[in-house]
Design a protein around this ligand. Structure first.
Ligand SMILES: Cc1cc2nc3c(=O)[nH]c(=O)nc-3n(C[C@H](O)[C@H](O)[C@H](O)COP(=O)(O)OP(=O)(O)OC[C@H]3O[C@@H](n4cnc5c(N)ncnc54)[C@H](O)[C@@H]3O)c2cc1C
Length: 401
């Protein structure tokens, strides 16, 4: 299998997932309250076996439509296919992975046994709590304080902000400062159940229907048994999680772009103006061709980045750069394609409830979260220059007289 052409099983599985999302998940999503966790939708993701495909080695025999999955490419295909037909289902699926991956990859046997089965079943809702009002892109500047309480544990005091699924999640993978002044080397990851005393939260109303909120920690007690990974090594837990999911954010974007493109093909073939269908206007045809070409390029970069992650391993040279490139190109492309689709639909696309009105609101945030586009460019540039020796020019060796 190459990254550039899906095999027949993968193609069939994507088609099944799109049908499942349109026929079984879309009706559940429509009954949900925008901005809040849709528990029936999360439960359905579990019942259909989709959540088994979130983790490496987690899907064998579990039976998502068309076969089990667990690699980065499978994750991308699932996210793309769900996004095509139901962005709310895609988001609920991805957030279970983001919130629970630290437990899957770094948790103790007890933590894994307690939380991963209900996450997979869709009975427990997970969240990933890294960002703070004063630390977004610069996550290593986080200040949620974890102070020793004299009984072998810590007290968490401070705030988290823009946390998907908060404040309605059942547990949070929380990143807190255990060593003040130590930057990324002084952060510890904790598994904090939502019912811990002193933990409260507030929902935030966003442009998209995304469930998201802020969390306040007022001396929340955590013990050694709540640590994910090692004390002061929590930043690595956060980064391995984000690295795993980065190409699949691109897949989410590709799914939205493909939905916008298909809607545009149908509309411009049917809508008449100036004596014929819109598609017969050359500028319309060229615009659609551009949308399709850019979407295909983004799709292939996402597949290639994910296939490289699966084939070579997350620590291999070039993996971080490829993941960053995939997320960058796909999220920027989806923004372009959805905007162009709105333009070609005219006023009807802006009516509340239209597919493109929905996609227009959904497509914006992925350019900001899990590393803004500028941060992806910084990752790419850093890797490109790594190992490049700065040339020494004659005028640098001999200062001018
Ligand atoms: C819908 C949504 C869901 C989210 N879910 C979660 C979640 O579940 N968990 C969580 O922890 N966080 C979550 N976040 C927060 C997200 O991770 C942050 O918004 C993101 O890290 C950017 O931080 P910020 O918003 O504070 O922007 P800032 O860090 O203030 O950056 C603002 C802008 O400055 C520019 N910029 C920043 N850094 C650089 C740089 N190095 N070089 C050049 N330009 C730069 C970029 O244009 C950037 O968009 C979510 C955000 C959104 C919108």
């Amino acid at each position: 299998m190459t990254a550039f052409s899906l095999n027949p099983e993968q193609t069939a599985r994507c088609a099944e997932l799109r049908t499942l999302a349109a026929e079984r998940l879309r009706p559940l999503a429509e009954k949900g309250e925008p901005g809040h966790v849709n528990r029936p939708l999360v439960t359905a993701l579990g019942e259909f076996g989709l959540l088994d495909g979130l983790f490496e080695g987690g899907g064998a025999g579990a039976g998502p439509p068309g076969g089990a999955s667990s690699g980065a490419l499978d994750l991308c295909l699932t996210r793309e296919s769900l996004a095509y037909a139901c962005t709310e289902a895609e988001t609920a699926f991805a957030l279970q992975g983001l919130g629970a991956h630290p437990v899957h990859a770094h948790g103790t046997p007890e933590q894994r046994e307690r939380w991963l089965p209900p996450v997979r079943a869709g009975h427990a809702v997970a969240a990933f709590a890294l960002s703070e009002p004063g630390a977004g892109s610069d996550a290593a500047a986080l200040s949620l304080a974890a102070e020793r309480d004299g009984s072998g544990g810590w007290r968490l005091t401070g705030e988290k902000c823009w946390i998907s699924n908060a404040p309605e999640a059942d547990f949070y993978s929380v990143f807190a400062r255990t060593s003040p002044g130590a930057g990324s080397r002084g952060v510890t990851a904790f598994l904090v159940p939502a019912d811990r005393a002193g933990l409260t939260g507030t929902p935030l109303d966003m442009l998209s229907p995304h469930p998201i909120g802020a969390l306040a920690f007022d001396g929340v007690r955590v013990g050694e048994e709540d640590v994910l990974g090692e004390v002061d090594r929590g930043f690595r837990v956060a980064m391995t999680t984000l690295n795993r999911f980065r190409p699949s954010v691109g897949a989410f974007a590709v799914g939205m772009a493909r939905a916008a493109l298909d809607a545009t093909l149908a509309h411009t073939a049917e809508r008449t103006a100036f004596g014929g269908p819109l598609k017969d206007l050359q500028s319309v045809g060229h615009q659609v061709a551009e949308m399709a070409t850019r979407t295909e390029a983004a799709r292939l970069m996402v597949y290639a980045a994910a296939a490289a992650y699966d084939g070579e391993g997350p620590q291999s040279p070039g993996i971080a750069r490829r993941a960053a490139m995939a997320k960058l190109i796909a999220t920027e492309t989806a923004q372009y394609v959805v905007d162009a689709a709105v333009q070609l639909h005219g006023a009807r696309a802006l009516r509340r409830g239209h597919l493109l009105e929905h996609l227009y609101r959904e497509v914006r945030a992925p350019r900001i979260y899990e590393g803004a586009s500028e941060v992806q460019r910084t990752i790419i540039a850093k890797e490109l220059y790594a190992g490049v020796d700065a040339p020494t020019f004659a005028h640098e060796e001999e200062p001018p007289a």
